[in-house]
Design a protein around this ligand. Structure first.
Ligand code: GLU
Length: 479
């Protein structure tokens, strides 16, 4: 069997974190099995669907590197891939269901339906649709009225029996008999509904596995009924666990950014996003936390999903982003940094300086945007802030002596930067000529040259710091 999976977003908003995770799982499963990943746009809600959202969602998927094989922009033999362009197909199958008596025309008005709903379950009344149009004796009238041009909804006749689903994540799910009553598959305005279109499409697109959010588990019973009525093979289902926030409630905007584009704007790395999204409800066979999605092409399987809700943790995502940043090559990082605003100083430096700078600072960075901040703070800052720890170091009797010496040395330097050898020579002089050793030596020199009580290794940091900045710092500290 050749695997065919699909991601079926509704273009009613930006690509949601949960949607991106579903898309990723489908994509990885297709890659792992040599199958095909289809993008289907479920735009039957004409009022809420907007083509710009379709474009934006596809763009976000591309940014994440989740690339579909077939879709509205990549037509294949199973198209069209937008539900709004498949109306004739839905009508054809709906009429077949009516002809086979598996569905019927329903002329009930909204008021009648409302009254039925209010009455549902009371005084022995059925909890479900009990309109007269479900009765066989009204079939001929229904057919005739529609033939005469009257509008009617098409309602599916829900079989009165138990359904069992063997879900790849949730295990065996039993839908009790009488759980759902007859339901509309085509509205009286001619628009088919999600549960119906989804099955027709999955059937015709030969979808073999449906991997989607757990929130669709309740829809599945209606879909199983339609598969049965259409005599179609039921795909395998994997309903992946819900995403929740720290309060254990379903992830929503209340918990912060939930759309992919916001993370994109915040400069998260697409590889890190995929890595983190993948971990929300799935685990690596070697229990690894950090991986590239391309590494999963051989490893991804439906057996490693967790049935428990997955907690969305922004701090962990940030950490994953930092780990991916550290894994990037220095060359790639440099080109990303140079695309950032306010990196003129960085861009003007030599290749050697840039390499050394990125190598030194990357362990402090979680985001590309951290680099310009770190350069400003650790390399270009001319005005040391008199923090309490700095005051403390300055109060030692050895520090003013060191500052005095370093200040005169720094002012002698003619070049733009000092070398590591020059720095070592200063340290040696303090040690030998002033007999200052250990902590007073290291902390004193650090304070004098950086204005900080801690930070990156001086032998790497100082050769990256412009001498004119060092001069300003020692001046400030000497005041
Ligand atoms: N359009 C549905 C959604 O966005 C797709 C559900 C499915 O995958 O069947 O939730």
């Amino acid at each position: 069997m050749t695997v065919r999976v699909r991601f079926a977003p509704s273009p009613t908003g930006y690509l949601h974190i949960g949607g991106a995770r579903t898309a990723l799982y489908n994509y990885l499963f297709a890659k792992a099995t040599g199958g095909t990943f289809v993008l289907r746009i479920e735009d039957t809600d004409l009022e809420r669907s907007k083509s710009e959202y379709e474009t934006l969602q596809i763009d976000d998927l591309k940014w994440l590197g989740i690339i579909h094989d077939e879709g509205p922009d990549k037509p294949g033999k199973y198209g069209p891939y937008r539900q709004s362009e498949r109306q004739d197909i839905y009508m054809k199958y709906a009429l077949e269901l009516v002809n086979k008596d598996l569905a019927y025309y329903d002329f009930c008005t909204d008021e009648e339906l409302e009254a039925m709903r209010e009455n549902a379950g009371k005084d022995g009344a059925s909890a479900h649709y009990e309109g007269k149009w479900k009765l066989p004796e009204f079939k001929a009238e229904g057919m005739a009225r529609v033939a005469a041009g009257e509008k009617a909804a098409i309602r599916f006749r829900a079989p009165l029996k138990e359904y069992v689903l063997n879900d790849r994540v949730k295990g065996q799910v039993t839908y009790p008999k009488d759980m759902v009553g007859d339901f509309v598959i085509v509205r009286s305005n001619g628009l088919p509904v999600y549960n119906y279109c989804c099955v027709v499409d999955d059937m015709l697109m030969e979808i073999t596995h449906v991997i989607r959010g757990e929130d669709h588990l309740n829809n599945t019973v209606r879909q199983l009924m339609i598969y049965e009525a259409l005599n179609a093979k039921v795909p395998e289902f994997a309903h992946v666990s819900l995403l929740i926030g720290h309060d254990r409630q379903k992830l929503s905007k209340r918990h912060g950014a939930t759309s992919v584009n916001l993370y994109r704007n915040e400069h998260y790395l697409p590889e890190a996003m995929c890595n983190y999204l993948c971990l929300l409800g799935w685990s690596h066979p070697e229990e690894r936390d950090i991986f590239d999605k391309n590494d999963l092409f051989k490893l991804f399987s439906l057996d490693r999903f967790s049935a428990h809700a997955a907690m969305y943790d922004l701090e962990k995502l940030k950490w994953v982003n930092g780990e991916h940043l550290k894994k990037m090559s220095t060359t790639d990082l440099i080109s990303l940094i140079e695309k950032e605003p306010e990196t003129e100083f960085f861009r003007q430096q030599s290749a050697e300086w840039k390499n050394a700078c990125v190598e030194l600072l990357k362990k402090y960075a979680s985001f590309v945007t951290d680099f310009p901040k770190l350069v400003n703070e650790l390399i270009l800052n001319e005005n040391p802030e008199m923090t309490d720890p700095l005051k403390e170091i300055m109060s030692w009797e050895t520090t003013p002596k060191i500052l005095n010496f370093i200040s005169s040395e720094v002012h002698k330097v003619q070049s733009d930067f000092v070398t590591e050898a020059e720095l070592n020579a200063w340290m040696e002089s303090v040690k030998k000529d002033m007999a200052i050793k250990g902590k007073p030596l290291f902390m004193g020199v650090r304070a004098a040259l950086t204005g900080h009580d801690h930070g990156p290794d001086l032998k790497f940091l100082i050769p990256l710091t412009p001498v004119n900045v060092l001069k300003k710092r020692v001046q400030q500290l000497s005041k």
